[in-house]
Design a protein around this ligand. Structure first.
Ligand code: ATP
Ligand code: PRP
Ligand code: MG
Length: 282
């Protein structure tokens, strides 16, 4: 059985379970369930704190985990990212009261509050800055108002939390993050069960980002039409009963579907249809 760590709380938890469900795996029904066996798919899911997942995976007790890239780096665990999942996107940034500092180079002698001590200590060291780091579990934005620190380093998604605390970002982002699949560093990447799990998740990612497009066009316009819809490998082209026309089928990025339909229409294509992809294996 493949043993997989899934976030049990926070921003990663809901979207991770939703993606696994979409990939055909059973998921827990109660948020109190800590372990779920999916015998049909020969997988065992362990619902763990997102921060702990890289540590379990690096120990080799679990084969695979879903966590945040920032949490993986912060943990310092011996695990590596093998597939980005496109949700729980964020940046990790320093913030201060306006006018305190222009960037990391000004932090010497200051105190930085954060829940991500590993990332911050490393970043300060990389820049040769001698600053103190104080670890807080959350609500880090309030640390400046309460005089515990002059600088914070935290996850920024919309920036609302910083604005509400009267803070502004300073310097370049320390890193960008999203949910990722992690595996123990150096573990066999070609293990069939692991490959199958990754293919399933990749199928969900593709199904979420692409739509299937079908249309008819005059044979003499085919090359220009196909240039608009090159597909992932190559579009399917079928003859129509009317010899002057062909039917074309190709996957296109969902975000570009409307523009491509307009361009195809202008080219003389007709019966242009897009349909959702529910699942796929590339
Ligand atoms: N708005 C956000 N707030 C917090 N984390 C976010 C946000 N957007 C994305 N993330 C990502 O989610 C992960 C944080 O997981 P964590 O368990 O700390 O979630 P949380 O939402 O902060 O929950 P908790 O209430 O336990 O602090 C990180 O990888 C982080 O980059
Ligand atoms: O840029 P925003 O969209 O405002 O999102 C970022 C905020 O969300 C997270 O806090 P969370 O709600 O997880 O609380 P926590 O600080 O207790 O972890 C994070 O620590 C920031 O405070
Ligand atoms: Mg949080």
């Amino acid at each position: 059985m493949l043993r997989i760590a899934v976030p049990n709380k926070g921003s990663l938890s809901g979207p991770a379970s939703a993606m696994l469900h979409e990939a055909g795996y059973q998921q827990r029904k109660e948020s109190k369930e800590l372990v779920l066996v999916d015998p049909e798919n020969e997988v065992e899911f362990f619902y763990l704190r997102p921060r702990d997942i890289a540590i379990y995976v690096s120990s080799g007790k679990l084969d695979i985990g879903i966590t945040g890239r920032d949490l993986l780096r912060d943990s310092g665990a011996d695990a590596e990212e093998i597939l980005p999942l496109g949700f729980a996107r964020s940046t990790f940034r320093y913030a201060t009261k306006p006018g305190t500092a222009g960037g990391v180079e000004d932090f010497g002698g200051m105190t930085v509050a954060t829940s991500y001590e590993g990332i911050v200590a490393q970043h300060l060291a990389d820049h040769g800055i001698d600053a103190s780091v104080v670890h807080l579990d959350g609500a880090v934005e309030t640390a400046i108002q309460l005089g515990v620190a002059q600088v914070i380093a935290d996850v920024v998604e919309t920036g609302t939390s910083l604005r509400n605390a009267g803070l502004e970002v300073v310097g370049e982002p320390i890193m960008t993050s999203e949910a990722v699949v992690v595996r123990r560093t150096g573990a066999d990447a070609d293990e069939p069960k692991v490959r199958q799990f990754l293919r399933r998740l990749q199928g969900v990612l593709v199904a979420r980002t692409y739509v299937m497009m079908d249309y008819d066009c005059r044979a003499e316009h085919l090359e220009r039409a196909v240039a608009l819809t090159p597909g992932l490998e190559s579009p399917t082209v079928s003859p129509l009963h009317d010899k002057g026309w062909v039917a074309v089928r190709a996957m296109v990025p969902a975000k570009e579907a409307q523009r491509i339909m307009d361009d195809l229409y202008d080219l003389g294509a007709r019966a242009i249809l897009t349909t959702a992809i529910h699942a796929c294996r590339l």
